[in-house]
Structures are given as structure tokens and as C-alpha cells.
Design a protein around this ligand. Sequence first.
Ligand code: KQY
Length: 365
Amino acid sequence: MPAPLISTPRADGYVMPAEWAPHSQTWMLWPERPDNWRYGAKPAQAAYTAIAEAIARFEPVSMGVSADQYENACARLSAGIRVVELSCNDAWVRDTGPTFIINGEGGLRANDWEFNAWGGLTGGLYQPWNRDDQVAQKICNMERIERYRTEGFVLEGGAIHVDGEGTLMTTEECLLNNNRNPHLTRAEIEQRLRDHLSIDTILWVPDGIYNDETNGHIDNMACFVKPGHVVLAWTDDDSDPQYHRSRQAYDYLSAHRDAKGRSLSITRMPLPKPLMQTESEVDGIDWAQKAWPRRAGERMAASYVNFLMVNGGIILPSFDDPKDEIAANILSDLCKDREVVQVPGREILLGGGNIHCITQQQPLA
Ligand code: KQY
């Protein structure tokens, strides 16, 4: 297969488009590991299936599956969903898959970031992660897409959001964490983002969602919904440890402008009520020395911001909470040309993320 490109996307005229730009398909990976997903991942497989089927109403879906699970996934997914054999360590293609870039003239390429399982040996979530680190390469090879490999620069797709017009949003909690790129300064990290995504302005939100095991990914905290407009996870409860995080993010975003010089409109997206892992949920997870332990009573990083935009739609998690309807109405009002489809998100949340984390859009070049 072709070697990675040695120039940079910026030098070659490639840009990461916004998530609302048209997609050719969405990628997912099939959950399987029993030390992250309870009861042999059967409930998670049902939850992933529901999300894949919801996305497939709007655009094609490709599901990467291990050889062991190939027949099972084929049997559970409807015929329109393409199932491809693709081994990986877990099922978070937002973070392990390619970050696609386009040149506006029909060209499609990708960034293949180095991946270290959200922190490597310093608080990472499992070992090994070698197969996860190959996911982007495998997808690019399958699709005959050239890629830029960022050896020595660790990044996950869930740690960034872009507006497609030169602005990137991330968190200091994640990208400046000493378990990602301790050898790089903030300025050097910014330069990598500018070079690989064709970014002019970087917005550094201080922190993500409380207790998020990704070290505060932006995709659980805030996202762009259109140029100049951000949705931010919010609580009015000042006794909630999330309050200060959301307040600081609001103050930061209010005080900064995007790459086009616009001040940002910010919509506050309420959080669901605090959700804790239950004894019976935790009981179903295999204990493994090299995986992050789960404890009953621990608060999960639930957020409605962790949704995916698809062609003509939004796939939004629900949490069996009265705020489910409020969240859907907020997005319907903001994105009038999109149908908001809610899919239960608790099972994915038990694994440590949500709908945005388990999907990766491939833009239409
Ligand atoms: O939220 C994400 N982007 C990934 C979460 C990974 C959790 C692994 N247990």
C-alpha cells in the first residue's frame, strides 16, 4: 500500500470540512471487548445497531468488525449497512479512524493521528492499542485514500471540532494533558493543528465534561452547529462540579472570535440529570488488569452535545430524562433543515462515550 504523504495538508490545499457539509458515508466499529462492554457486549451491539440503522436512513454506513464477530454483525445489521472485516482494540472510530480532509476540487485525503488509548501508560484506558492505531490506515487503504501520518503527535478526532471556515475548538484539559504530547509546547501543538487541518484560529476551552475518561474531549462539551454558532453543555446548578467548567467555557467563548472575526453565538444545552453506573451494570463487565476499572456509583459523562450531524439529520442520544425532549427541540430550532432522531445513549455512555465518539463521517469530496 502507498506510504504516508510527507508534506502537510495545508501545503497541499486540503481542509477539514465542518460536520454539516455533505457526507459520502459514516464509519463505525463493532463493540466486542468484555472488559469495557457489559455482558459480552451484547447490549452494546444492540445499541450500536440502533445507531447504525438511524444513520442509514440518511446516508450509507460502513461497519468495521473483527473476524470473530463478522457473522454476528452481518446477521444483526440490515442489508444496507456494509460490513467489512477490520480488527481493532475497541469501537471508537471518532478517535481511531481517519480525520478526512478535502481540497474543494474533488480531492479527498485523511489525517492518521498517532493514537495512545487516551493517555498511553499515563492514565490511558487500555493496553495494548496497536490495532486501534492502525484503524485509520486500514480505512484509508480500503477506500484508496492517501493519508498523512502524524508520527510523534497524538490526537483523537473527539478532541477537536471545526467550523470548516478556519476555526478549531479544543480543550486544554485534553490537548495540553501531559499524557498526550508532553514533548510539545502549546504553540507547537497549535502548529500541528494548523498544518494538518488548515486552521487559522484555535479556541482553547479550558475543560470538558466532569469525569470524562477522555480527559475532557470537546465533542462531549461543545460543538459548532453552523458558522459562528456553538452549542455548549450547561447546568444552572452551582453545586454540580460541572457548573464551573461550563461557566468558564461560556466566558471564554464569549470573549473570543472565530477565524472570520465573528463573535460566537452560544446556545446552552442542558445536561441530563447526573447519571451513575449501577451495581448491576458494572457487574456485567469483565475485570481485566490492563483496562480502566468501572465502579458502581461513579458519575458518567452524559451530554447531549455528543450527537452526530448526518445528511439532512442529527442523531442525538437520549437518556430517559425529561431533558431529552428539550435537547431535541433546541437542535430542531437551530438546524431547521435537519430531522432530529433520538437513539438511547446510556449503553454507549457505560462504555465511556456517546454517538459522536462511535462515528466518523467521510465527507463528500
Ligand atoms: O468518548 C470518546 N471519544 C471515547 C471514549 C473511549 C472510552 C473507552 N472506554
